[in-house]
Design a binder for this molecule. Structure first.
Ligand SMILES: Nc1nc2c(ncn2[C@@H]2O[C@H](COP(=O)(O)OP(=O)(O)OP(=O)(O)O)[C@@H](O)[C@H]2O)c(=O)[nH]1
Ligand SMILES: [Mg+2]
Length: 452
C-alpha cells in the first residue's frame, strides 16, 4: 500500500509500547522521537509534525487509557485521530450529470487519471462516460487517451490536428454532451503562465464544470499545497487527486498539504494501470495505514475523541445513499460504544436507526453480542455480498452459515436487520425536512424536538 515507510515508522514507534501498562518519561520521549522521524520522512511539515507529536506526548501523560484498552492501542487511537483530522473530510462525487474538468501542471498524471476515472465510473456504476481530449500542446495526447480507454469501450473525442483547444471542447460537448459524465482533459503547464491561464479559463467557461479536479504528483510533497492554492484561485478547484502514491515516500506531505488548503482529496493514484485508482477517504486510509482495518479504528475511541465534525461526517455517510452490510455494522458499532453519536441520536425519534437512538444499556450489550456474531458471519461473505446483500439467496446463505459455523437462521437474522436499517435510512433520505434538521443539529449543539 501507499506510504509503506510511514506505516513501518509508526508501527516501530508504537512497538515500543507493546505489552506495557505504564511508560516512563524516557520511553515516551523515544517513542515520540520515532514518530516524529516517521512523519518527517513522509514529508509532513515541521509544524504539523510538532502538533501531532506534542499532542500525543501530552495525552499519553495525561489520559488514562480506558479499561481494557492497552497503552499501545491508546496511542494508536490518538495518532489515528490526529491524522484523520489532518486529512479533512472526504467528498463523494456522485457520478451523474457531471462535467469534470481536469487541470494540473505538466506530467502530473492528468491524462492517466482521466482514463482511470472514466473507467472507474463505467465499471462501478455502469454509466455512460465520455471523454474530451483538449490538450493541444502535448503531442500524442489524444492517442494516449484512446489507447488507455479503448479496452474499456469509452468514447474519446479529440481533434489531434486542431490547435484551438476551445473549439475542440465546443465540438466535443456537441458530440458527447448527453453522457452521464463528461470528463475534459486539458494541457499541462510548466507553471501557470499567462497563455495557458487564458486557455484554461476559456475552456472552463465552455465546460461549465460541475467538478474541477486538480491532479498533483505525490512526489512534490509539501509543495502540493501552494500548487493547489494557486489553481484554486484561478479556476476554483473542487477536488484534488494525488497521483503516484506508489512511487514515493513523500505522499504524506502531499496529502496533508493539500488538505490544509481546504480542497478535498477525492482519489489517489497508485500505479500506471487504468485500474490503479482508489477513492480517498481519510479515515479509511489512515485506518488501513495503521493496520486497524476499516471498522476497527472506531472501536476503541472514547466519546471525547469524536468531535462534532467527526460525528457529522459519520452521519453524512450514513445518509449518503450507500448502505452496505459494512455500513450497518459500522453504524451498530458506533451506537453501542460511542457516546457522542449516541448522544446525538438520542435526540432522534425512538424508531429511527432501528430504534438504536433510544436503546438502554442492556440493549446495547445485547447489540454488542449481535454485532460480534454478525462480524463472524460477514467474514464468510465476499465483499460483493457485503456491498449488495440483495444477492444473498438460499444457496449463498447456506454457504455462509457453513463457513462461519452458525445457523442459517442467524444469517437470515443479519439480513433482516440490514433490511430494516436500510428502510429506515431510505426514510431519512427521502425526508428533506428531516435531513435538514439532522444537518443543523450536527452543526449546533442545541436540543430540539423533531416533529415525529
Ligand atoms: N507509478 C505511477 N505512475 C503514474 C501514475 N499516474 C500517472 N503515472 C505516470 O506518469 C506519467 C505522466 O502521466 P500523464 O497522465 O501523461 O500526465 P499528464 O499530467 O497528462 O502530463 P501532460 O499531459 O504532459 O501534462 C505517465 O508515464 C503515467 O503512466 C500513478 O498513480 N502511479
Ligand atoms: Mg496529459
Amino acid at each position: 500500500m501507499a506510504l509503506e515507510g510511514l506505516r513501518r515508522g509508526i508501527q516501530g514507534a508504537l512497538g515500543r509500547l507493546r505489552g506495557k501498562r505504564t511508560i516512563d518519561e524516557e520511553e515516551l520521549r523515544a517513542m515520540v522521537r520515532d514518530l516524529r522521524r516517521a512523519l518527517l520522512s513522509a514529508d509532513f511539515n515541521v509544524r504539523q509534525t510538532k502538533e501531532i507529536t506534542d499532542r500525543l506526548e501530552r495525552r499519553m501523560k495525561e489520559d488514562e487509557p480506558r479499561p481494557g484498552v492497552t497503552l499501545q492501542t491508546h496511542a494508536m487511537n490518538i495518532i489515528y485521530m490526529e491524522l484523520v483530522r489532518m486529512l479533512g473530510a472526504p467528498k463523494e462525487i456522485i457520478p451523474f450529470n457531471q462535467r469534470v474538468l481536469m487541470v494540473g501542471l505538466y506530467g502530473q498524471g492528468k491524462t492517466t487519471t482521466t482514463a482511470k476515472m472514466a473507467a472507474w465510473w463505467k465499471r462501478k456504476h455502469k454509466l455512460d462516460i465520455g471523454v474530451i481530449e483538449a490538450d493541444v500542446h502535448r503531442p500524442g495526447a489524444y492517442a494516449q487517451l484512446c489507447q488507455l480507454l479503448e479496452p474499456h469501450g469509452i468514447d474519446v473525442y479529440g481533434e489531434p490536428e486542431n490547435p484551438d483547444a476551445a473549439s475542440i471542447v465546443k465540438n466535443g460537448i456537441v458530440s458527447l454532451g448527453n453522457k452521464d459524465v463528461l470528463i475534459v482533459d486539458t494541457a499541462g503547464r510548466d507553471q501557470l503562465d499567462e497563455d495557458l491561464q487564458a486557455e484554461l479559463l476559456d475552456i472552463a467557461d465552455l465546460v461549465k464544470a460541475t467538478e474541477t479536479l486538480l491532479v498533483i504528483d505525490a512526489q512534490v510533497g509539501q509543495a502540493a499545497g501552494p500548487v493547489a492554492a494557486k489553481f484554486h484561485e484561478l479556476v476554483g478547484v473542487t477536488g484534488v487527486i494525488v497521483t503516484k502514491m506508489d512511487g514515493t515516500a513523500r505522499g504524506g506531505g502531499a496529502l496533508s498539504a493539500v488538505a490544509t488548503t481546504g480542497s478535498p482529496i477525492v482519489f489517489i493514484g497508485e500505479g500506471e494501470r487504468v485500474e490503479d485508482l482508489e477513492k480517498f477517504e481519510g479515515d479509511r486510509f489512515i485506518s488501513r495505514l495503521l493496520g486497524m482495518g476499516d471498522i476497527q479504528g472506531l472501536i476503541d475511541l472514547a466519546p471525547e475523541d469524536l468531535d462534532q465534525e467527526e460525528a457529522m461526517r459519520l452521519t453524512e455517510r450514513l445518509m449518503s445513499g450507500r448502505f452496505s452490510l459494512n455500513d450497518m455494522s459500522q453504524q451498530m458499532e458506533m451506537m453501542s460504544k460511542i457516546g457522542t453519536v449516541d448522544r446525538i441520536l438520542s435526540h432522534l425519534p425512538a424508531g429511527m436507526f432501528g430504534g438504536l437512538g433510544a436503546m438502554g444499556r442492556s440493549q446495547k450489550e445485547q447489540m454488542q453480542g449481535n454485532l460480534e456474531r454478525f462480524k463472524v458471519i460477514m467474514d464468510s461473505m465476499t465483499s460483493h455480498e457485503k456491498d449488495e446483500p440483495q444477492v444473498l439467496k438460499a444457496e449463498r446463505i447456506r454457504r455462509i452459515a457453513k463457513g462461519s459455523g452458525v445457523n442459517e437462521k442467524d444469517v437470515r437474522e443479519l439480513l433482516a436487520q440490514w433490511n430494516r436499517s436500510r428502510k429506515m435510512m431510505k426514510g431519512i433520505r427521502g425526508n428533506r425536512q428531516l435531513r435538514k434538521q439532522m444537518k443543523s443539529m450536527m452543526s449546533d449543539d442545541t436540543d430540539f424536538e423533531l416533529p415525529m
